[in-house]
Design a protein around this ligand. Structure first.
Ligand code: OFO
Length: 174
């Protein structure tokens, strides 16, 4: 396969791997701080990111390239609050979206329409992930410092898929 595209797809593998590790670190922090629902949500999210990584790896291999097992920088282990944590999720997803967009742009300039087509799944996924992170943050802003609001938030977030949001912007259960 086109070497430039193979290299960029491998960089995306690293980023998805970091996403998985970041959400794993967040899940663990939430668990030890008593937010068990938030932890369950983030553990699931970490698994999903690993699947995103594997999907890229298989795609590269099927097209005659080689997916590389990524190293990863160590993610932070503590977070100021649940709200700060989800702000970080959103900021990170915006970075991932930009990288996917760069990849799509590269495919067009290299006339690699097969990879372009493959990446459309990631384009839609990023839209949903950003949407869900924003919806969660909106809820947390409304809750503010209300303890009972946080209790209900932590209970309800367990019913959400790691990343899915309806067209209306409301998180949906799967
Ligand atoms: Fe892989 O979607 Fe988030 O990062």
């Amino acid at each position: 396969m086109n070497k430039k595209i193979e290299k960029s797809l491998n960089e995306q593998i690293s980023l998805e791997f970091y996403s998985s590790n970041l959400y794993l670190a967040m899940a663990s922090w939430a668990e030890v701080n008593g937010f068990s629902g938030t932890a369950a949500f983030l553990y699931k999210h970490a698994e999903e990111e690993r699947i995103h990584m594997l999907k890229l790896m298989h795609f590269i291999n099927e097209r005659g390239g080689q997916g590389l097992s990524p190293g990863s920088e160590v993610p932070p282990k503590s977070f100021k609050s649940v709200k700060a944590l989800f702000q970080e999720v959103l900021d990170h997803e915006v970075v991932v979206t930009n990288e996917i967009n760069n990849l799509v742009g590269l495919c067009l300039s290299e006339k690699d329409f097969t990879t372009h087509n493959f990446l459309q799944w990631y384009v839609s996924e990023q839209l949903e992930e950003e949407n869900l992170a924003r919806t969660i943050l909106d809820k947390l802003k409304l809750i503010g410092n209300d303890g009972s609001g946080m209790y209900h938030f932590d209970r309800d977030i367990q019913t959400l898929t790691a990343i899915s949001a309806s067209a209306s912007g409301t998180p949906t259960a799967k």
